[in-house]
Write a protein that binds this ligand. Structure first.
Ligand code: ADP
Ligand code: MG
Length: 240
């Protein structure tokens, strides 16, 4: 579903992503772990073209995102992204946050979008928050709304960038649970995370990145229990 070929990214003369090759299958959950500054965010931002690769190709469902021209917006609509700091629209209600993109893109009518938002809010147990503004929500609630907003576009893949890192510890679980349920539905997910239990248990495959390279990629359980590369071993010994 996603194919990354010889991807390189420079910021100025800094070589940030070094010849990344990766294929992600439909329905697969990938956890992406590695030290701070190793290029995890840059890699997933390249997947939806929030960052432009310096060289290499990224195919989404067979389409090269770089040469897709006018189609790029359409492709990006299929790629959800959830960030550490929620990025909800502060002056819109919860319901408006969720319905905005499907209405603006013409994917759904207002009535359809609202029905979909209500269904999503129900599954997240947040229906009672539909008319409030984000500022009145807890961090965990904000992040679940951000996930609902992303789902409202019916994405084929969702990219998660450290979505629990800014949360108070007691709210991490509720967000991880939503992500676990989502994984069970067959959603394709790429999850940058420091939650090692999640990375090991929920993901199909795990990737360890360091210094802009994919150092190791394996079935998640195997990468955690039998790391092959000394750098993976060293990293895991520090975080586990
Ligand atoms: P991670 O998400 O693994 O912590 P990042 O992808 O955020 O790593 O960053 C990788 C490297 O790229 C870091 O050295 C960071 O300072 C650098 N970097 C990230 N974004 C930019 C940018 N917009 N301009 C310059 N350097 C950047
Ligand atoms: Mg990052």
């Amino acid at each position: 579903m996603i194919k990354i070929q010889n991807l390189n990214k420079f910021f100025g003369d800094k070589h940030i992503l070094k010849n990344i090759n990766l294929e992600i299958n439909d329905g697969e959950v990938i956890s992406l772990i590695g030290p701070s500054g190793s290029g995890k965010s840059t890699l997933i931002r390249c997947i939806n073209y929030l960052e432009e690769p310096t060289s290499g190709s990224i195919y989404i469902n067979g389409k090269n995102i770089a040469t897709s021209g006018k189609e790029i917006d359409k492709i990006r609509q299929n790629i959800g992204m959830v960030f550490q700091h929620f990025h909800l629209f502060p002056h819109k209600t919860v319901l408006e946050n969720i319905t905005l993109a499907p209405i603006l893109t013409g994917q759904l009518t207002k009535i359809e979008a609202e029905q979909k938002a209500i269904d999503l809010l129900k599954t997240m147990d947040l229906l009672d928050k539909k008319d409030v503004y984000p500022s009145s929500l807890s961090g965990g609630q904000k992040q679940r709304i951000a996930i609902a907003r992303s789902l409202a576009m019916d994405p084929t893949v969702i990219l998660f960038d450290e979505v629990t890192s800014a949360l108070d510890p007691e709210m991490v679980g509720e967000v991880l649970n939503v992500m676990k349920e989502l994984a069970k539905t067959g959603m394709t997910m790429v999850v940058v995370t420091h939650e090692m239990a999640f990375a090991k248990q929920v993901a199909d495959r795990a990737i360890f990145m360091a210094d802009g390279e994919i150092v190791e990629i394996n079935r998640a359980v195997d990468l955690f229990e039998h790391p092959q590369n000394p750098r993976t071993k060293e990293f895991l010994s520090k975080v586990l």
